[in-house]
Ligand binder design. Structure first.
Ligand code: SF4
Ligand code: SF4
Length: 434
């Protein structure tokens, strides 16, 4: 077993270069969502870099404060994108967390459990079924003890419910069309799979409508983001290899995602982890909005609703996509650009579950912006953001519908089809009279 020093030496190689790049200008204090809320240097990008450097030179240890600082980064990628000295902070935080996984017991235990679940669909399905049962057995309402339960079991009317049947159980298979323009693999992702299978249905319907054959692989596993975020490189690499192998058996032109985090993981993290081995796979990956606009040049009809758009961090700062989802929302509705659309919603996967109160504080600005926009619908491109927006907006007493962009597009197509039907019935009717 490696000594403490050997482990620090091994991991700090990853982050030392990044830490050295930091000029300590403090610009990140103006955009790190956690720092903005806490005003605590240790809870911002620069403070975390200082702590990592201090750890590498044995000036600090794994104190409670250190662990809190490192584990409360949202991995929103904003600092990596906007730092004037181009510090790849994401690389640094993953390296430090990798070390935590060796040295901090709670981290090690959590990592082993997550790894076992992510690598085994049967186990994960069983855990979700148990969770779903727990949700059913708990009474609803907002009594104080229920509010203290972990996120999914809070009993609040706004907590997301696990779906009775997962999207993979319902939709895995092929959805052919006549003379397809393209054949794509739709990678469902865990949040859509267990919480929002309706989004998967919308993806299939919309792609089929635009002449695209869809395949959903039944042996899909998690993209690996929980493992990557916790610095568990081994598990992340296993999942990456599995996903690449599954996709290679499908013979498709594109791999389409409706979760910007999955897409960003495939394009950035897989390339970093697997190098050339991931290249043909990563090259084919596309976010669904980008695919609709860039490849299919899809246009959709306007519905009688107003809508605004929230930028998921991994879509904006990871994939660099801002225009295409807005174009679709603007076509399908009376579009209102809200203030702070680019600000993190505070969900970031398990962050919103483990740091519920901080996450709620980060969300407060978003709630204000949605309220001021007066839009009837908030559309976005990430199912985790949907979870946060639905829960927190309802908790803030803001009555607005939250949908995935693809659901709005599906609704527009449905309306268009209904109109066509009405028209043709009208003609038939006139024809009969004549
Ligand atoms: S991380 Fe970048 S923005 Fe933040 S202090 Fe360092 S150089 Fe400045
Ligand atoms: S990734 Fe986001 S939360 Fe983490 S330090 Fe950077 S700006 Fe802050």
């Amino acid at each position: 077993m490696k000594t403490h020093k050997a482990l620090i030496d091994q991991y700090s190689v990853i982050w030392k270069k990044e830490a050295h790049r930091c000029s300590r200008c403090g610009k990140c204090r103006s955009f790190c969502p956690v720092f903005i809320e806490t005003r605590d240097e240790k809870m911002g990008t620069r403070g975390r870099i200082s702590l990592a450097s201090a750890l590498a030179s044995n000036q600090v240890d794994f104190s409670k404060e250190f662990v809190r600082s490192i584990s409360t980064c949202l991995r929103c990628l904003r600092c990596s994108k906007e730092c004037p000295s181009q510090v790849d902070f994401d690389k640094l935080i993953r390296g430090v967390r990798g070390l935590l996984g060796h040295r901090v017991l709670s981290y090690r235990v959590a990592r082993s459990c997550i790894s076992a679940l992510l690598l085994n669909r049967f186990l994960l399905d069983a855990a979700v079924r148990a969770g779903s049962l727990g949700q059913k057995l708990l009474p609803g309402g907002k009594s104080p003890w229920i509010k203290k339960l972990p996120f999914f079991f809070r009993g609040s009317a706004v907590s997301p419910r696990f779906s009775r049947r997962s999207a993979l159980a319902r939709f895995a298979g092929a959805y052919p069309v006549k003379q397809p323009k393209h054949r794509v693999l739709f990678y469902v992702g865990c949040v859509i799979n267990y919480l929002y299978p309706d989004i998967a249905r919308a993806v299939i319907d919309v792609l089929n409508h635009f002449g695209v054959e869809v395949v959903i692989a039944k042996d899909e596993l998690c993209c690996g983001i929980p493992a990557i975020s916790s610095g568990d490189v081994k598990t992340a690499e296993k999942l990456a290899r599995h996903t690449v192998a599954v996709a290679s058996t499908c013979e498709v032109d594109y791999i389409v995602c409706a979760c910007s985090t999955c897409a960003n993981t495939f394009k950035k993290d897989y390339r970093e982890m697997l190098g050339a081995e991931a290249e043909p796979f990563a090259e084919k990956v596309m976010d669904i909005s980008l695919f609709l606009r860039k490849v299919l040049r899809a246009d959709v009809a306007r519905l009688c609703v107003s809508a605004t758009y929230h930028d998921p961090c991994h879509m904006r700062f990871g994939l660099g996509i801002t225009k295409e989802p807005r174009e679709l929302v603007a076509q399908a509705s009376a579009f209102i650009e809200m203030k702070n659309a680019d600000k993190c919603c505070g969900m970031a996967g398990s962050f919103g579950i483990l740091n519920y109160d901080l996450s709620k504080r980060i969300f407060a600005r978003k709630a204000q912006a949605v309220r001021e926009s007066k839009a009837q619908i908030v559309a976005t491109g990430c199912p985790s953001c949907i979870m946060q927006l639905r829960g927190q907006l309802a908790d803030s007493g803001i009555s607005v519908e939250v949908v995935h962009v693809i659901e709005l597009v599906a609704r527009s197509i449905e309306r268009q089809n209904a109109r066509k039907k009405e028209k043709s019935h009208g003609k038939e009717h006139v024809g009969t009279k004549a």
